[in-house]
Write a protein of this length. Structure first.
Length: 226
């Protein structure tokens, strides 16, 4: 949903997803590795608009892109590294995002794209990143087909934000993000021809996590909880 159409913070909460939190033992590095090695049967949420039928989504290739889900193995508990995008960008200006971007011709794979973009945006080198798996592609309303690449990162590490793209780098406890009681559903009536749109939001302190980022985190939640 374009930033200029509405302010998502001002959209009323329609409901709370409310499912139980992922158990703490499932957020440990060894369990996460095993889950991606032997994935369960589960049902992902593949696209941003609940009215878009699966057949329609399959027919829309979208612009290929990748994001990294960097799970930081802090002593106090795992966190997820996120960025706040700068306000002047053409796409998703000012929004909370996972590091990543569109596929470049020289990228060897979706994983390669996520690692390259992460190093460019936040300065985290691929040698410090342990990729443990990928989640199903997610189709955004802005026309991107995004591959989420899940990884583990062991501190210490140094970060350096790209000042053109990244206004701030921060971390959120994974336990907060993997708790359905923190997953808000908000809906807005937008001008025609857009109509009614619903989206997930996971506000954390002064950061408003919503849209495609929140939806991809919902898929991680479903995958870990299955």
């Amino acid at each position: 949903m374009p930033k200029s159409v509405f302010d998502p913070r001002e959209v009323a909460i329609e409901s709370i997803a409310g499912e139980a939190a992922v158990a703490a033992e499932r957020l440990r590095a060894d369990w996460l590795r095993q889950r991606f090695t032997a994935p369960p049967v589960w049902t992902p949420e593949l696209h941003a608009d609940s009215r878009l039928r699966a057949a329609d989504a399959a027919a829309m290739p979208g612009t290929p892109a990748s994001v990294l889900m960097p799970i930081v193995l802090r002593e106090a508990g795992p966190t997820l590294l996120l960025t706040q995008r700068t306000a002047h960008l053409h796409d998703h200006a000012g929004q909370v995002s996972l590091p990543g971007g569109r596929v470049d011709p020289g990228d060897l794979s979706a994983i390669d794209t996520a690692l390259r973009e992460t190093e460019e945006e936040v300065g985290l080198h691929r040698d410090q990143i342990e990729v443990i798996g990928i989640l199903p592609d997610y189709l955004t309303v802005t026309g991107y087909r995004v591959t989420p690449v899940v990884s583990l990162v062991q501190p210490p590490f140094d970060l350096r934000a790209d000042p053109f793209e990244v206004a701030e780098i921060f971390e959120v406890p994974l336990s907060f993000l993997m708790d359905g009681s923190n997953h808000q559903i908000r809906s807005a009536e937008l001008p025609a021809p857009i109509g009614r749109r619903s989206f997930y939001a996971m506000p954390y302190e002064r950061f408003f996590i919503w849209g495609a980022t929140a939806a991809m985190l919902r898929n991680l939640y479903h995958f870990l909880r299955a």
